[in-house]
Design a protein around this ligand. Structure first.
Ligand SMILES: [Zn+2]
Ligand SMILES: [Zn+2]
Length: 356
């Protein structure tokens, strides 16, 4: 009897990657403190990211057999290391997809994504958040206190998609009042860019995708115009919508060569191209067309430096993050959640919520 209880207390259930196409919800040793700066969080809400699907395809070689997936989550602090100062057992926290020490040269520059002792490691090089418990290194800098009164299903969207859409798309694209903005890709990240671009009152927000349902959602989320590129010529529509000028900001939110090439084809002189997508293949840079057009092209891995600001916006009620969650599953039913999310177009899925 005693032994059984002891075993139960030292194991947890987790979604474990076993090579391309193979995963299982299985027993793992329970997450535990390793360094004095760690915290262990009991997951109460998690979600699946497009990046997790890339991992399942074998596109991310840093993820090895046995890794617990997931880099987004909300939970309650279960235990803290001796040097954690900002959090105590029982605190409700948002887990950032980026782990950062706050002390290295990159962190000092606000580039948490390139932290020498962190970066995107959760569900990549260390075990992640699609589990009952997760160990968070550098807890003081990598966790955020959950604002009172904010629902977890809204809060979890700030682990990754909102800071990503906002920092890599809207901030790097320098969206300004009156701008015409095009976003290529109407998935969760493109929609997060769409919602946060509206902080700046652009004149037009044009969403480009091949999925009519996602374009319909984009309209409901504030897009002024949509283009289904399987039915319409993107460049011609953009010419019509912009009086032949092109767009001030073209945000890439897919991660394939054709989408970044579309951005190059539709950007106006003086415009900005902001890449968000994770690219696995080279894309053509059309310097023969762009060399004299005064454009800027940016790339970025989310630094999550805007998370405190986004938390304030969320708390004020001015960002309806919850509407990104279209499906809900029990955390223990994560295998079904992957099946639904992997079939997003057919299932009309944006983000799938996992509740423990
Ligand atoms: Zn993610
Ligand atoms: Zn650092």
């Amino acid at each position: 009897m005693t032994t059984a209880v002891k075993v139960a207390a030292n194991t947890m259930k987790a979604l474990v990657y076993h090579g391309p196409g193979q995963k299982a919800w299985e027993d793992k040793p329970k997450a535990a403190i390793k360094e004095s700066t760690d915290a262990v969080v009991r997951i109460t809400t998690s979600t699946i990211c497009g990046t997790d699907l890339h991992i399942m395809k074998g596109d991310v070689p840093t993820v090895t057999d046995g890794r617990v997936l997931g880099h987004e989550g909300v939970g309650v602090i279960e235990s803290v290391g001796l040097s954690v100062q900002n959090f105590k057992v029982g605190d409700r926290v948002l887990i950032s997809c980026i782990t950062s020490c706050g002390k290295c040269d990159y962190c000092k520059k606000g580039m948490y994504s390139h932290c020498r002792n962190g970066g995107w490691i959760l569900g990549n090089t260390i075990d992640g958040t699609q589990a009952e418990y997760v160990r968070i290194p550098h807890a003081d800098n990598s966790l955020y206190a959950a604002p009172p009164g904010v629902e977890e299903e809204a809060l979890v969207m700030l682990s990754d998609i909102f800071p990503t859409g906002f920092e890599c798309g809207v901030i790097n694209g320098q969206v300004k009042p009156g701008d015409i903005v095009a976003i290529v890709g109407s998935g969760p990240i493109g929609l997060a860019a769409l919602l946060t671009a509206q902080f700046y009152s652009p004149a037009k927000l044009i969403l480009i995708d091949r999925d009519d349902n996602r374009l319909k959602v984009a309209k409901a989320f504030g897009a002024t115009d949509t283009i289904n590129f399987e039915k319409e010529n993107i460049e011609q529509r953009i010419q019509t919508l912009t009086g032949g000028e092109g767009v001030d900001v073209a945000i890439e939110a897919v991660g394939v060569p054709s989408s970044i090439e579309t951005c190059q084809a539709i950007v106006a002189p003086g415009g900005r191209i902001a890449n968000i997508g994770v690219h696995g293949k080279p894309a053509t840079l059309h310097m023969e067309k762009l060399w004299d057009r005064n454009i800027a092209l940016t790339t970025r891995l989310v630094d999550t430096v805007t998370t405190p600001m986004l938390l304030k916006v969320l708390r004020s009620g001015k960002l309806d993050a919850k509407k990104m969650g279209t499906h809900k599953f029990a955390l223990s039913d994560v295998m079904s959640a992957y099946a639904t999310f992997g079939n997003a177009a057919k299932e009309n899925a944006l983000k799938v919520i996992l509740k423990a």
